[in-house]
Structure formats: C-alpha cells, structure tokens
Design a binder for this molecule. Sequence first.
Ligand code: HEM
Length: 251
Amino acid sequence: MSRLIDHRRAVHRDDSPHTVADLLNTARDEGALTPQGATGIIVANLFAAHESTAAALAWLLLLLDRHPRVRRQVRDEADRELAGRLPTAADVPCLTVTASVVTETLRLYPPLWLIERTVEEPTELAGYPLRPGQRVAVSPFVLQRDPRHYHQPTAFRPERWRDRSPADPLPKYAFMPFGGGPRTCLGTRFATAAMTITTATLISSYQITRTPGTTPVFRTRTILQPHHLTLDITDHPPGPRPRPHPTGTAD
Ligand code: HEM
C-alpha cells in the first residue's frame, strides 16, 4: 500500500485528486497525516470492506444451499429482470427478492456480530455505573434474533422483509448489521448493492452447492465466518432448469 501511494505521488501531475491516494498524499503534504497514517487508512478500509462483505456472501450462499425454494426465487427474478445480461447498480431496485435475501442474511449472520466501545469518562448505562477503560459491547447477532421483533427469529425467511408493512416499522436498533450512530458503516449502500449484484450474477450463472461431507462451523473472531465452508461451483446444465420438488422447501 505504501508503495502504491508513493507511486501515485510520482505519476499524478495535476492539482485535482483522481484517486483516494491523491487525497491522502495531499493530507500528507499538509502535515495532517503521517505516511504510516495514510497507509493505515487504506488498509483499514480494505479490511472493513472486503472481509465483512466476503463473510456475508459466504453465509448467503450457505443459506441458499439449505433453502432451494428461495434459491429458485432468486434465479427466477434474475431471469425475469436481467434476461441473460449481467446486472448493474441500476438493476438493484428491481431485484427485490435478492435484496430481501441479502437483508435476511445480514440479520441472521451479521459479520460484525459484536461492536465494542471503550468508556472514556465515568458514566451510567441502564443503571450500570461505567468506569473509564471498561469495554461495552452491543451484539447485532443477539438483537437481530430477538423474538420481540422477529417472528420465528432463527428461521431464514427473506419474505419477512417484503411482507413488512410500513405501518409496522422495526425499532431503530432492532436491525443494525452496519452499526449505528456517528461511526456507522460508510459502505452500507455500497455493500448491500454489491451483495445484491453479486448474488444475482452467481445464482443466475452457476449451481453452487455445499461440498458434500463438509460442515461449516461458526468462527467468532472480529468477523463472524462459516469456517471450513467449501462450495462446489458448476455451470448450469443446458436445457430446462430442474424445478425443486414442491414440498422441498426445507425451511
Ligand atoms: C456486508 C458488508 C459490511 C458490513 C456488515 C459492515 C459493517 C460495519 C459496521 C458494523 C461498522 C461499525 C463498526 C463500529 O461501530 O465499531 C462498519 C464501519 C465501517 N465500514 Fe463497514 N461493513 C460492510 C462493508 C463495508 C464496505 C464495502 C465499506 C467500504 C466501501 C465499509 C467501510 C466502513 C468504514 C470506513 C467504517 C468505519 C466508519 C467509522 O469508523 O467512522 N464497510 N462497518
């Protein structure tokens, strides 16, 4: 990263910034950032953007493997809305089934399953006195499986997002895979659009199934991941696509 940022300094000739590296170099020149600070920003953003989205997509593909009826709905929607072409950001508003699958995946398996803060000054929270240096955590994983807000909270039911009445809104923090408050995720819209486009692309082009005999397990480091998940990916066979058995909903 340091090399790339320095290279950009060498090749960027005019005053207007064209890349993030140009902005960071300007901040370095003005003394607002050290070279290490500039590199750290890029690395932190790559980590925040890549690992979380990759984990969410891994959970999503696992869920679609377990729920062939939903997978079929995603594929039908892609066939109908895209008619064989690759999706772009402009297609996202039309891919409502796919978007609901993305949202339901982020509800059940929020990649940042635990969000932590360190107390800076003495305070009280819900009757608990807090001292500086203590750590406080809120878990989207727990909140998003709360039966007070979700019917059958552990079930994968993407339709719950499509059926939801605007007259019955969720409490503000009942769904918070992207955090909340002043440090909320900067990539929320980008990540949901990227996941919707990626899902439509993959499911319309490939058969993706969990490799027989493999059993993913929860990995709860910073990012919640389906550890040991391996998937078999093959082209769709030519000819009419097999329809799932009507009773094979496996919900
Ligand atoms: C499914 C994908 C993603 C999830 C679940 C996710 C989740 C989160 C969460 C929960 C936070 C807040 C952490 C905290 O409060 O301590 C956060 C922060 C952040 N995210 Fe994401 N994120 C995702 C994708 C992305 C992408 C694609 C980008 C950039 C393009 C991004 C950029 C950031 C940045 C820069 C922050 C720090 C914001 C700040 O501290 O002011 N994220 N993300």
